[in-house]
Design a protein around this ligand. Structure first.
Ligand SMILES: [Zn+2]
Length: 368
């Protein structure tokens, strides 16, 4: 019943609208215009101001024509870099991008799946439940947009986030929490030729701390990584400052805290040992969530997938998404696949069949 050609055309147009994180204005305007053409009013909040973005979260509330309970459908509008001047093309079963950019199927596929389901409902005058839609900004780099969502305006207690790899039958029932560490190791400058012994090299102290850290894969549900190590200076001065930005993730809150403490501890010890100072702060980006695989919401999604002949795979995710924030605000949101593959790389591609299936699942859930 969905119009695949229309869905693909919309997708191609949407990914051509540049929308790297903090530049969601243009895609947001296009989405609002498309909703308006469908007869739905959308409104925005002021999230952009707080996040230094030119876009805002978009909301659209559609009253139900049946008595089913309200459901939230959500996807994010921003993309990672390099996402400027994307040229999509169809290559067999996939949509890919020409040149050296990502495709932006993460998460335009989710956005377009929701819109195509709405168009299909309108076109066929299908009975549907009360539908709440949120298209968020600034998901990449810390799910910040969704944190500014006006939760008091949402009625839904159940939700679907379309922001994962594979088809809609790939259901993310657990996702990790994340902390981020911003640390500055403050050494002591000194002339590197005349009196190196009276300096404290921030670079060496920080390097020692990092060398003592357990990083990357910690265990099956915990990871940690250094994203930034910044210490720039002339060679004739013992380095006075090294800045580090690191993250830890875990599906266990306890392990997350333990790993975060361990990383801070390594920094503290190295600084103490060499007489450097440490300044740091820890940002709790989002909390983990874990949904009971037997939960009725997950069961309903699974039934819909199975009804389409898709084998359900319930799996934990290594990454957080807007679903983490919905769950910590009382909405049982489940992240499902929208057909994207190799997201966050220039090899990113969209599996057309899985994308189509995601739209079918959204349509079915809306009209149940
Ligand atoms: Zn995404």
């Amino acid at each position: 019943m969905i119009n695949c050609q229309r869905m693909l055309n919309t997708f191609m147009q949407y990914v051509k609208i540049d929308s790297e994180t903090k530049n969601e204005k243009a895609i947001g305007e296009r989405i609002i215009q498309d909703l308006k053409e469908l007869g739905y009013d959308a409104y925005t909040d002021e999230a952009g101001k707080k996040l230094n973005s030119n876009g805002n979260n978009i909301y659209c509330f559609i009253p139900g024509t049946n008595s089913s309970e309200t459901m939230l459908f959500s996807a994010h509008m921003d993309t990672v870099t390099p996402g400027i001047g994307i040229e999509p093309y169809i290559d067999g079963e996939y949509i890919k991008s020409k040149g050296d950019t990502i495709l932006g199927g993460d998460d335009k596929a989710g956005v377009v799946a929701i819109l195509e389901a709405l168009r299909t409902i309108k076109e066929n005058n299908l009975p549907h439940r009360p539908i709440e839609i949120v298209f968020s900004i600034c998901e990449e780099g810390g799910v910040n947009g969704v944190k500014e969502v006006e939760f008091s305006r949402l009625q839904a207690k159940k939700g679907i986030v379309l922001d994962s790899g594979g088809g809609p039958n790939h259901i993310i029932t657990e996702a990790p929490g994340q902390t981020r560490i911003f640390a500055s190791v403050i050494g002591k400058a000194s002339h590197a030729g005349a009196s190196p012994e009276s300096g404290v090299s921030a670079i060496l102290v920080a390097a020692e701390a990092l060398n003592n850290m357990k990083l990357l894969r910690i265990d099956s549900e915990t990871t940690a990584n250094i994203g930034t190590f910044n210490a720039v200076g002339p060679t004739n001065i013992v380095s006075p400052l090294a800045e580090i930005v690191a993250e830890a993730r875990s599906r266990s809150v306890e392990k997350l805290n333990k790993q975060t403490e361990h990383m801070i501890d390594c920094l503290k010890k190295a600084c103490e040992k060499h007489g450097a100072n440490l300044q740091y702060h820890i940002e709790n980006c989002y909390y983990s969530y874990e949904l009971d695989p037997e939960d009725e919401h997950i069961k309903a999604i699974s039934d819909v997938c199975e009804g389409l002949g898709l084998e359900v795979v319930k799996l934990p995710s290594g990454g957080g998404s807007d679903a983490n924030i919905y769950n910590s605000n009382g909405i049982r949101a489940v992240n499902i696949g929208a057909g994207m593959e190799k997201a966050h790389t220039t090899d990113e591609r969209l599996n057309i069949e899985e994308f189509t299936n995601a739209t079918k699942v959204v349509l079915k859930l809306m009209t149940m």
